[in-house]
Write a new protein. Structure first.
Length: 278
């Protein structure tokens, strides 16, 4: 099997805890790994509830845990207990888009430090990475935080991975990865790309999630949203095809599909690509 086909076959589906997922959840491919987002509008509990449901459907489930939505160390312990109680093997840690943290955790580093002390039972922990940079944080700070997270995971003896933001420019992604590898980033990388996007549905979902009122989200993702709303949308293969040729060199192990709950169309695209690459 080619590297490109392998990446597409094992792609992780990201879904959002919203009502419109009800008509789409049945289209998640059997055996697919599912990532469940967390937003300030819906809260951490909505993520956990959906994650528990997807676990019951038999999928490898990876909930997003938001540092900025954790009230205190006790709340972090409850998150660790949730992971163990539901037999989770992975989680994905994010700072989150809350304008202000509800507790002491402004970002993932301090949250991760406390989370690693919980009885979580996990075998892997994922963290975010920003090839395109972060609109609200200096790139040097983002870089240092990524390496700090790697150091904490290494110290705890827990394997990790870094899943990237949606990125559209091949050169930007590749240059970032090469630079990070040169700077001793060892975490395996997951390429973050949008799946098949329905622009009307995306806009409607954004309003329901409160994205229009979140300056933190808009500043951080405005460029991405602009690209998605362009006529013709986006072809994920523009990034996947060339990067798959350097997967071994750059230690790219996964593909993270932002479905925006357009699961059926994303699954159809996946099957079409797998047939094409057979």
């Amino acid at each position: 099997m080619s590297t490109q086909r392998s990446l597409i076959a094992d792609a992780r589906y990201e879904v959002i805890p919203m009502k419109n997922l009800e008509s789409q959840i049945e289209f998640i491919p059997t055996g697919a790994s599912v990532s469940v987002t967390c937003s300030p509008a819906k809260g951490q509990q909505a993520t956990l509830d959906l994650a528990a449901r997807i676990v019951d459907l038999g999928h490898v489930t990876v909930p997003h845990l938001s540092a900025r939505l954790a009230e205190d160390a006790t709340a972090v312990k409850r998150l660790g207990a949730f992971c163990r109680d539901h037999g989770l093997t992975e989680v994905f840690l994010v700072a989150g888009d809350a304008p202000e943290p509800v507790g002491p955790y402004d970002g993932v580093v301090s949250f991760l430090r406390d989370f690693l002390d919980t009885d979580h039972g996990l075998s892997r922990i994922g963290v975010t990475a920003y090839p395109d940079g972060h609109a609200l944080i200096e790139q040097s700070v983002v870089h240092e935080a990524l390496h700090a997270k790697q150091a904490l995971l290494e110290e705890a003896g827990i394997p990790g991975f870094a899943s990237t933001q949606m990125c559209f420019d091949l050169t930007t992604w590749k240059d970032w990865a090469v630079a990070e590898r040169a700077a001793s980033l060892k975490l395996p990388l997951h390429i973050g790309v949008p799946g098949v996007i329905d622009r009307t549905k995306l806009f409607t979902m954004g309003m329901r999630l409160g994205i229009g009122n979140s300056m933190r989200f808009v500043k951080k993702n405005g460029g991405v949203l602009g690209r998605l709303f362009k006529p013709g949308g986006y072809d994920p293969n523009k990034l996947i095809t060339p990067l798959s040729k350097q997967a071994q060199e750059l230690n790219i192990e996964g593909l993270h599909l932002f479905t925006f709950n357009n699961v059926q169309a994303t699954a159809q695209w996946q099957q079409k690509m797998l047939a094409k690459l057979s």
